[in-house]
Design a protein around this ligand. Structure first.
Ligand SMILES: Cc1cc2nc3c(=O)[nH]c(=O)nc-3n(C[C@H](O)[C@H](O)[C@H](O)COP(=O)(O)O)c2cc1C
Length: 310
């Protein structure tokens, strides 16, 4: 079934690093992220853009179960292990994409890993890339790359030199200073920053006296990470000159507005999808639009970073 093209709502449209989005809501990397049929459904559910599951050149099997656990109050812990079908299979999946705005998340453990992925995807109908430098639970990938600022510089320069599409860098709470990481990514040419990924965390079952996840350590997401993510977006957007995309614990239009006040030009949703389904995108867009009208703001750009004035 073909997804119907919806009319742009000018009040909610925003340009993020050269990417024209009809609204600021994106699917965050990881959830629902590898099937064109689901991308079409999400587009019909009023999404602004989709970030794919992180794609490596070769397929990754990921960890054994249990890979995810639902915590109290809308938080999750996961260590899926960057499971993905590899760049070749993913490029076949989206090769007939006509109109869904797809951003491909890239993951690798060395500079050489990235050009082969881009070569398989760059000719397709995709908006750009998000480089995952922040997954907190896979050896030699994600955060382990992001924790090495020289690697960050080389990876971002390598990706930039293989595409003319916008390159977003996704950061998180690792072992280097967050602002040093964001600065290094931008100095190397990143066109936008996404903040944040899941935060390294753990649960132990008190009856079995064993860690709950097969990988033992996982990443915390959902409501409990939101204030940390807001702080990160606020600080990064004050520091770098590129757009920031907010992610972490966004469950409602109020959360979306808070991220934009902190400096986010767009927002990504992940855990909420498991909680409330894909109807959330339309609800958030509607709520943000009503908020803009109530506050007498003409468009989203007038909202972005408003909290910086104090
Ligand atoms: C099950 C699961 C899988 C994820 N996989 C990825 C991934 O492949 N790449 C990535 O950059 N982030 C991944 N993330 C992190 C999310 O994109 C997001 O940054 C994080 O969950 C915080 O947002 P939330 O609180 O709205 O869930 C994953 C998160 C979850 C819960």
């Amino acid at each position: 079934m073909k997804a119907a093209r919806r009319e742009d709502d000018r009040m909610l449209s925003i340009n993020v690093a050269g990417m024209e989005l009809r609204n600021p809501t994106m699917l965050a990397s990881g959830f629902l992220g590898i099937s064109q049929a689901i991308f079409n459904r999400l587009y019909n559910a009023d999404i602004g853009a989709i970030v794919s599951k992180s794609i490596s050149d070769e397929p990754i099997k990921g960890y054994d179960n249990p890979t995810a656990v639902c915590l109290e109050g809308g938080s999750y812990l996961n260590a899926v292990g960057l499971t993905n079908p590899g760049a070749e299979a993913f490029s076949r999946e989206i090769r007939h994409n006509e109109f869904v705005p797809i951003i491909v998340s890239l993951v690798g453990s060395s500079c050489q890993d990235f050009p082969p992925i881009i070569n398989k995807l760059d000719e397709l109908n995709i908006l750009g890339y998000e480089v995952n430098l922040s997954c907190p639970h896979v050896a030699k990938m994600g955060m382990e790359v992001g924790d090495d600022l020289d690697m960050v510089t080389s990876v971002v320069k390598t990706v930039k030199s293989h595409t003319i599409k916008p390159v977003i860098v996704k950061v998180g709470i690792g072992n280097v200073g967050l602002l040093d990481l964001a600065r290094a990514a931008c100095d190397a040419g990143a066109n936008a920053i996404t903040a944040i990924n899941t935060i390294r965390a753990m649960c132990i079952n008190i009856e079995s006296a064993l860690p709950v996840l097969s990988n033992r350590i996982g990443g915390l997401s959902g409501k409990s990470v939101k204030p940390i993510a807001i702080r990160c977006v606020y600080e990064i957007s004050k520091t770098v000159g590129v757009p920031v995309i907010g992610c972490g614990g966004i469950f409602s239009w109020e959360d979306a507005v808070e991220f934009m006040l902190a400096g986010a030009s767009a927002i990504q949703l992940s855990s909420v999808i498991g909680h409330d389904g894909i109807g959330t995108f339309r609800k958030i867009n509607l709520g943000v639009k009503k908020y803009l009208e109530r506050k007498g703001l003409k468009n989203l750009s007038e909202l972005v970073g408003l909290a910086h004035r104090f």
